[in-house]
Ligand binder design. Sequence first.
Ligand code: ZN
Length: 418
Amino acid sequence: MSRIFLAATGRHIGCGLAACLIVFAGTPAALGQLTVSADFPGGSAEVLVIDVDSEIASIEVRPKLRYDRGWPCWWYFRVDGAVAGQRLNVTVRANQEPFREGRTLSPAWALPRRAAISSDNVHWSQTDPGEAQRDRITYPVLAPATTFWLAWGPPFQSAHADELLALIAAKVEPATPFELARTREGRAVNGIRLGNPDAGDVVWIQARQHAWESGSSWVAEGFVRWVACDDPAAVRLRERTQIVFIPIMDVDNVQLGAGGKDATPRDHNRDWCTEPIYPEVAAAQVLIGQLIDAGRLRVFLDLHNPAAGDKLPFYFGPSDYENLPEVERSNYDRFLSHTVRRVGEPIGFLPHFRSSDYIKTKEERDRVSRHWVAGRGGPDLTALTLETSWDTDHGTISGYRKVGQGLARALADFLTDE
Ligand SMILES: [Zn+2]
């Protein structure tokens, strides 16, 4: 029986099951020099156990619960005091406390097969696959440095977004950063318009309505980097199109390290109604409505990450696909076939649309952004939700960027092959 130090008690106690299940949220917890902390933007961890007495030191955490702020699946923390090259077993246990009244989360959402790991909080790779049990997974970690970071996936915070928007603004002309809205907590939701401001065709692309889906922001990053690049196809795209780009919609929950999905009373992607509660959703509705009224919105793309079992990226497309007017269905088909070609080559892509019929009522479906936008546009508007797989070997910054780049190339193909 190993000896465990729990910082909140200051006592060594035996590792009986009950002791291991006790939650001590007061990070950092420490024995000797080994500490775990998550008190930074996007951080999320409750320290359950730090054991340095066993032959292989171990850490056990679970995602921090933020009641009413969505699924407790996102985790992101820093380890200090390790020895570079030291072996550690890092266990992440699913947080199955209710995250809102009467709701708990299935463990799979919080337990990627491989964790993201970084020695500088900038460059991220994947750990070796962990050993999974029903409600937890243990990653074999080789400490890359004295201080290192572990996360559910590569984090993408507001600082990443600001840096990206500044980079794009400096690279292409014209490119105009703008503030879409101030969140309920007063933070800026930033975006950028690039390409031809007088173009007849406008593309709206947004990511991260669900805060835990950090991969969707990296896909967005790969998308906009290609749009802003010197490839002649990208230059042509910017000449004939304006692109409106928003890398993080739910800025508040991204900052907090909360999941966002299924927040109380509803999350961002169920807020597209006549009285939205999120200012950024309301602002997007106004701008998108104006573009539709002017007959300019050609493509709407909403970026997400799906369930762990979805191993191929895919689109949620129109629920009434079979009954669409021929011109509209043909646009959806063309967009899909270009995507399959451009994303499918390096990553793979589901060659048919999925419909969001899993949403039980029409009233709720109509509050999904894709449905709200498609319902207002004409047959010339193609509106899609992209779900990029995360629990695969491509769930990395470079894998997500490839998806984003492929998406941008598919868009360019789509707008030029008519
Ligand atoms: Zn989502």
